[in-house]
Design a protein around this ligand. Sequence first.
Ligand SMILES: Nc1ncnc2c1ncn2[C@@H]1O[C@H](COP(=O)(O)OP(=O)(O)OP(=O)(O)O)[C@@H](O)[C@H]1O
Ligand SMILES: [Mg+2]
Length: 245
Amino acid sequence: MAVELIKTGVPGLDHVLKGGLRKNSTLLITGSPGTGKTLLALQFIYYGAKDYNENGIFISTEESLEVLNQSARNLGMDLTSMVDKGKIFFIQKPIATLKGGIFSIKGLLDAIKKNNIKRVALDSLIFFEYLYPRFNGNKMEFRRQVLIFMQQMKKAGTTFLAVSERSVTDFDRLTYDMMDFVFEGFIVLSRIRKGSYFERVLTVAKIRGQDHSLDVYPIAIGNDGLKILFDQTPFSLVEKEEGFK
Ligand SMILES: Nc1ncnc2c1ncn2[C@@H]1O[C@H](COP(=O)(O)OP(=O)(O)OP(=O)(O)O)[C@@H](O)[C@H]1O
Ligand SMILES: [Mg+2]
């Protein structure tokens, strides 16, 4: 059976992924602060619902719905109307109030079924540390619990995108976390400095069972949202041309 690809909702990214993201797969977006992880996850959910008729759930431990609404509006997304139409659902679990047991996976699975949810985004993986606090000392068991959660998302028929933080995102010295191996796809966002400028960039580290580009691409964030400039090389990586007189 041919692999079904879905559009990510992030202009340029589907091109980098050579068509899109495998439907019903799991993807991890990692990167340092301010690189665009939350925006990317938000666009995945928003445009998934608006343009591709795939209802979504956004689970946020990071930002309140008000803050998300505001930044979405500045980037051309009308989240509120999609929420009002019942196409997007927010689950807000601020870390400050998160405790083991409060969140019910069964409740989430019921909501997925009831509302015909096809996309789930989780910002960020820190969520699991609070969901399974008793496993924090036991990395193997913690990883197993995350894997079980992901399998439930897959079984429920959703495409699952999660965000994680990483302090060092120097592409040449990327340190891997054991969670990276649990996901089928793994995308890294970073900032690269050249002279006195920083530039945001993206690279796809892996997508199991799928061909994708291995290049590093610039990211642009503007009034129309976040997009990947798939036909450009990051200026920070362009070697200075010499020899022209
Ligand atoms: N309207 C806009 N125009 C240009 N840039 C914007 C706009 N709105 C947000 N940004 C940029 O997007 C960045 C925020 O991206 P985002 O919140 O997705 O990052 P993040 O990787 O999730 O960060 P964190 O790790 O702190 O959660 C900000 O640093 C800001 O510079
Ligand atoms: Mg964020």
